[in-house]
Design a protein around this ligand. Sequence first.
Ligand code: ZN
Ligand code: ZN
Length: 341
Amino acid sequence: MKAQILKHIAPIDKMPLEMVEMPTPQPKPGEILVKVAACGICHTELDEIEGRLQPKLPVILGHEIVGRVEKLGAGATRFNIGDRVGIAWIHSACGKCRFCQSGRENLCPEFQGTGCQADGGYAQYTVVPEDFAYPVPARFTDSQAAPLLCAGAIGYRALRLTSLEDGQVLGLFGFGASAHIVIQVAKYKYPSGRVFVFTRPGQKEHQELAKKLGADWTGATGETPPASLDCAIDFTPVWGPIVAALRALENGGRLVINAIRKEEIDKDSLLELDYSGHLWYEKEIKSVANITRQDAREFLPLAAEIPIIPEVQEFKLEEANEALILLKKGKIQGAAVLRID
Ligand SMILES: [Zn+2]
Ligand SMILES: [Zn+2]
């Protein structure tokens, strides 16, 4: 099969992904072989390529995979040959530890990330345990479904972790790929609630899009919104919004931080953190890590029902380096997706 592989950590401008011909993987017992049709491109791949996240090497990147079942490993019964499936960031977990046994497999010490500890979808074929593949609703094309498997599913998890109830106020800090999906889910599931969106000052386009998608108020991070926030989600890679969000929280409110990494600690903004203004009155902070199968299984049909149809810009597998360079420069319209034939 053809695959783009990463052998060494390098800046993306050096175009480190290499197109190679390699043996098609074979499904082990309980696994399925999937012929990849589309694989979304995520910022996490830039982190892996440039060494901010450590993948196995060499690795086939890509964790927003849509394809069709090509072959069943021994004992695999969940799907038929030809079924369309999606594969997300969670490639596998041990199934035995106390986290796996309590529906928190995203916290499993043996958690394997697709396209990180296990090979992913920048290739013509990939293998995955059948329990970690999901039916894809017919509403979506292959390319449209791909971005839902990462930004969508993790955003859905973040929203779930806020414990938001209908009629309450939700604050979103940062308005990128994940937040623009979360606002649509929040508006659909909690129609009597209000959503306030905070962006960097002057991000007028983001604020316009937020309003178009139903935001009840938009402003710059640090501005005082028209009401206190019952819940907030921070999607940014920096520290300032955490302090701003805590200040804007209602008593007993919860802030969920949806970020794999935060940029180096910004001491100035953290020095502003004071106990009585930001934490007193039972305010809570929680981060969101990875996703569970349950998140993906619930989110895909919900996205079809709403519906959430992502804007995508397609590239060939051969163009993966170029697409990642454009992503880094912020020049992708919607989500970038590799089309693989
Ligand atoms: Zn991702
Ligand atoms: Zn486990």
